[in-house]
Design a protein. Structure first.
Length: 291
């Protein structure tokens, strides 16, 4: 199976926004976009990345959030049009990011317009309802976790919550002959110090979730806008740079099973250099067997 990972495209434009329609946090987010973010995240880069990613013909495209800037309904519509260029819900899955669920009203429109790509049966009232979601695709288990909730204006924290942590424990408990388990979430799984992020951007209950999350085979996340690979317990963790930034990147993961039943994962990182994407890193490893 071939997976592609991209994250944090921040693909929408807020040009021409009527500021009187914005609430406090949305207005602050708009000001951040106008001063800085609109120059950091460029659609031309995302288009180059998207074309290169599709040329690898992945079986599943995994997007770990932050498709938009301040979670407005028109942004969710714009993102939906882009999603449809990547493929239908059978080929693309999303977990939301903190910018997608920027305010309480953001979740309503995101869950409605992206419902099929989020793999929701119906738009839930609370962003954590129905999560985690487990998908079995080509003998690989894809687990979608939601670390995003509406936060105060000064915070970009994430949280899983007790119910989601309990359900993840059931899904990630090692068992004999289990398929590879790939966990998708927006925030890095470690606490602020270990993840190297300010507390205001970290996963609030990372320490409570540590023993659970470390049982995954692969964790793919965004939020940090940096390319980074590291171990976290059993898990190989990959963060990937924003898909529209100067170093726009995506990862390809090939998961294959040998005749002896061992699973091998080959991971390549592809990053924007000038006007084209090139391979910048390659890793491969075997998954340990469970007794």
């Amino acid at each position: 199976m071939r997976l592609a990972h991209l994250t944090d495209p921040h693909l929408t434009s807020l040009a021409g926004m009527r500021l009187r329609q914005l609430r406090r946090k949305e207005l602050l987010g708009f000001q951040s976009w106008a001063r800085r973010r609109r120059r950091l995240h460029l659609r031309d880069r995302l288009d180059v990345l998207t074309a290169a990613l599709l040329s690898h013909e992945p079986d599943l495209i995994c997007i770990t959030g932050d498709l938009v800037h301040i979670g407005l309904a028109q942004e969710h519509e714009e993102a939906l049009a882009w999603l449809e260029t990547l493929g239908g819900p059978e080929r693309v899955v999303i977990v939301p990011g903190n910018h997608d669920i920027y305010t309480t009203r953001s979740w309503v429109t995101a869950a409605t317009r992206w419902r099929d790509w989020l793999r929701l049966e119906h738009p839930p009232l609370h962003p954590h309802d129905h999560y985690p979601i487990s998908l079995n695709i080509d003998a690989v288990q894809i687990i979608l976790a939601n670390s995003a909730l509406p936060m105060p204006w000064y915070s970009a924290e994430g949280v899983l919550g007790a119910a989601q942590r309990t359900a993840l424990a059931d899904l990630l408990t090692p068992s004999p002959d289990q398929p590879p388990r790939v966990l998708l979430l927006h925030h890095p799984p470690e606490n602020a110090r270990e993840a190297g992020v300010p507390r205001r951007k970290a996963l609030r209950d990372a320490d409570k979730a540590a023993n659970v999350l470390q049982q995954a085979d692969v964790i793919l996340h965004g939020h940090t806008h940096h390319n980074h690979a590291r171990r976290y317990g059993r898990a190989q963790v990959f963060s990937t740079a924003s898909a529209s930034a100067k170093d726009a990147s995506f990862r390809i993961l090939d998961l294959t099973r040998s005749e002896l039943g061992m699973w091998q994962i080959d991971a390549t990182l592809h990053s924007l250099r000038g006007e084209r994407m090139i391979e910048t890193d390659r890793q491969n490893w075997l998954l340990p067997r469970n007794s």
